[in-house]
Ligand binder design. Structure first.
Ligand SMILES: [Zn+2]
Length: 75
């Protein structure tokens, strides 16, 4: 009985791992498409004016990147 339960937990864990791994890979793939790495710094494109700004300076609004507060407000 305990052995069967252990197998069941193992299978569920593997299923969980499989889905979690796929989801993570999709997220990584998505973020790679939208970002550019320049001189070790991650560059992101402004959704409003298409200017590339460093990830640190970028303003994130609704999951999108903007170069300035002005751009973030206008969209
Ligand atoms: Zn902008």
């Amino acid at each position: 009985m305990l052995f069967k339960l252990a197998i069941l937990i193992g299978i569920l864990f593997l299923i969980y791992l499989f889905f979690f791994k796929n989801k993570r890979q999709e997220e990584i793939k998505k973020s790679n498409e939208k970002t550019k790495t320049l001189e070790g710094e991650t560059m992101v494109e402004c959704q409003k004016c298409a200017t590339f700004v460093s990830h640190k300076e970028a303003i994130i609004k609704d999951g999108q990147f903007f170069c300035s507060k002005e751009c973030a407000r206008l969209t």
